[in-house]
Each structure stands twice: as C-alpha cells, then as structure tokens.
Design a binder for this molecule. Structure first.
Ligand code: PMP
Length: 392
C-alpha cells in the first residue's frame, strides 16, 4: 500500500483529522474506514476497544505473557465481562494450537493479544490467529503500542494465515477481513465470495515508534467489529469512548455533519499528523528494516559482552524493546540508577511479571540507530564496572 497523500499547509482541524486518518491507515496497513485517534494514551485505546466490543456478561479471553494482557483482563472485568486468561511465562509466546484450544473452551466474543510485549520483549507471531478467531466467531484485538512501525504488521491481512509478503496488494476499495470462501446460491447461480480475516481491532500510542508526544492513540475497527459494536443491546459504559460518538467526531460514520463530542487535543493532533508524515516519508518497510538491523546489532554486541537476552527465540525478539536478563550478582536498581545519574540514560527494570528478571532498553523511532546502540553499550559497560557486585 502506498503512503497516504498528506496535504500541505493546512489550517482546518477537520483536514488535519482526515490526514491523521489516512496516515494511520497507512501505518496499520488497513482500508478500514473506522480508523482514527482516541484522545488519550495507549491505555485509553485499549479501554475504547474493550468497552465497545464487550457487553456485560460476555466472555472475553486475554493472552497474558506480560503486563498488557493483565491490564486488558482488568478492563474487561470492570465492564462486567466474563474474563478468562491464558497465561504463559514472561519471555515466551503462545502457539496457535494453544490459542485454538482456549478459544474453543471459552468461546469468547473478544480475544486480546499483545503484538509487542514491552514488559518482556516478546514480538508475538500473528499469522493464522485472525482465521482462528473467525472460526470461533470472536473478534481479534491486538495491542501494537510498542511494535507498530518497528516490526511488520498488516492489519487487514496479518492473522489471516496468508503470507503478507506474497499476497497481492489489495486493488479494490472496501474491507477484507475474513479468510474464508463463502459459497452461496442465488437464482440457480453459484457465487464465490472470498474475504480475508486479519485483525479486527488494532491500536497503538503516539509516543513510541512515532516519537510524538503522548496523548493520542491511533485505533482501527474492522467491518466485522463495527457490526458487533453497532448491534449492541446495551450502551458502552463510557460516554467518552463510545464508538458511535467517536465515529461521528472523526467523520467515519458517513454522516454529512459532525457533532461536538469533546474538545480535541489540537496540539497533539498536529504532532501526530507530523509524526505520521515522517513515517510515511521514510516508508514502513524501511522503518521495519532499520529497527530490525539495529536490534540485531545491539543483541549481538550484548551477547559478546557476556550478557544474556531474555527472549530465547530469535524471531520472537521485539526490535523496539530489548530485554536483558538481569546481570547475575548485581542489584538491577543499582545499574538503572547509575546509568541515570552518570549517563543521563534511562534504562528500566522489568514491569509486572518481569520485575527483577530483566533490564529493558527501548530504542524506537528516531532513537533506533547504531550510534544510540553504541552509546548504550558504552554506558552499560561502565555501569557493570562501577556497580557493586555481590560476591555470593
Ligand atoms: N501496551 C503496550 C505494549 C505498551 O508498551 C504500553 C506503554 N508502555 C501500553 C500498552 C500503555 O500505553 P500508555 O502508557 O500510552 O497508556
């Protein structure tokens, strides 16, 4: 899909919003017309997805291999969903067979998965999962806060089981969600309709690979997701995040006029538009490749320093966030505070289930460069030399 046409100097907010919409469609590789940015951070988009897609009493399944699945489960529980979790140790991912088993057992209306698990450094494979969700009549919700723009993701096709590299680019307008060949008969003629299943709801945040200030969160809903949401029996509990309101606010509902819903964070919209233009200028494929090369360069250097990477499976290492096994004999907090004090560099410890297990280094967007890797490596070497090592 080609980068979107981004128009030049603009003074009208609705034009800025429409540029943002096409920028997000490009970043997500989707043709969903229900695509916009929520006013808020990644958590707000997560809540927007869940509170619209789930009605009280409905079954929800979340994949927990780090903190984000836990958060999604908490949100679904608060709105009255019947929440089930499938849990894996931090640092690993789920197989499609495990996912299918859980889908068939819990029969959820929504399945949540994190593509880039920033608390553990796992990049979760997505192929074939959309197809499984379709088989069990469930919407596929993916958190791409830490991965989009830094690792390949095609919302309309990924998850479908089709190889995004070989499958031809769509050349017609409209939605492609369901991988299935529907055959139906009409007046003695047989019709074949091929539709493809990808991700049904996808969201991210503005402050990761996009390098924009926090405060806006791109999100997109498939036709199948909209069908479920717009045929709800109950209103979503949140007025602010109600998709009917947001769809109109962003001009996604086809209605001729937009009704005031809330005051948009206009400066954040300007910066989001600019950051999407920067991504389109570099090109998604180039951005994915740069992140991958820089991550591999970093990982090799860490291993040659004698450090261990937390994610064993090479292909499942998130290019934007590297998790290093907390070096043996050190208190990880000594290392992170030394780096902050002496090098003005923020490296964090674990988060949620990975606390105490890892050091996490985020290199994403414009920060994903070999020069930055060299700087981090030099600072880490210095920290390991100077921090107190327990002799036990
Ligand atoms: N999901 C993932 C994978 C994240 O990395 C983060 C932020 N670190 C979030 C969700 C939440 O985003 P925010 O802090 O913007 O609310």
């Amino acid at each position: 899909m080609l980068p979107p046409p981004i128009t030049h100097p603009i003074f009208c907010m609705s034009q800025i919003m429409s540029d943002i919409k096409s920028g997000i469609q490009y970043m997500f590789q989707t043709r969903n017309s229900m695509t916009f940015a929520v006013s808020g951070t990644g958590h707000t988009a997560m809540e927007c997805a869940i509170c619209n897609a789930v009605e009280p009493g409905e079954s929800v399944l979340t994949a927990v291999n780090g903190i984000w699945g836990e958060r999604a489960a908490d949100m679904a529980d608060r709105i009255g969903g019947r929440v089930n979790t499938m849990v894996a140790a931090p640092g690993v991912f789920f197989t499609n067979a495990e996912i299918e088993q859980a889908l068939s057992k819990h029969r959820p209306v929504l399945f949540f998965l994190t593509h880039g698990e920033s608390s553990t450094g796992v990049l979760h494979p997505l192929e074939g999962i959309g197809q499984l969700c379709l088989k069990y009549n469930c919407l596929f919700l993916v958190d791409s806060v830490a991965s989009i723009g830094g690792a390949p993701l095609h919302m309309d096709r990924q998850g479908s089981g089709l190889d995004p590299a070989t499958y031809p680019q769509p050349h017609w307008e409209g939605q492609m969600h369901v991988l299935s060949c529907l055959v139906f008969f009409c007046h003695t003629k047989i019709y074949f309709v091929v539709v493809f299943s990808g991700i049904d709801i996808l969201y991210t945040g503005s402050q990761k690979v996009l390098n924009a200030p926090p405060g806006t969160a791109p999100i997109s809903f498939s036709e199948r997701a909209c069908q479920k949401i717009f045929s709800r029996r109950t209103k979503p509990v949140s007025f602010c995040l109600d998709l009917s309101w947001l769809a109109n606010y962003w001009g996604c509902d086809g209605k001729p006029s937009r009704v005031y819903h809330h005051t948009g964070p206009v400066t954040a919209f300007y910066s989001l538009r600019e950051s999407l233009a920067v991504l389109a200028e570099e090109g998604l494929e180039n951005s994915w490749e740069r992140h991958q090369k820089v991550a591999e360069y970093f990982h090799t250097a860490l291993e040659s320093m004698g450090l261990k990477l937390f994610v064993k499976e090479k292909n499942a290492r998130l290019p934007t966030v590297t998790t290093i096994v907390a070096p043996h004999g050190y208190d990880w907090k000594d290392i992170t505070s030394y780096l902050m004090k002496t090098h003005n560099l923020e490296i964090s410890g674990g988060l949620g289930p990975s606390v105490g297990l890892v050091l996490r280094v985020g290199l994403m967007g414009c920060n994903s460069s070999k020069a930055n890797v060299d700087m981090v490596l030099a600072a880490l070497k210095d920290a390991l030399k100077h921090c107190h090592k327990n002799k036990m």
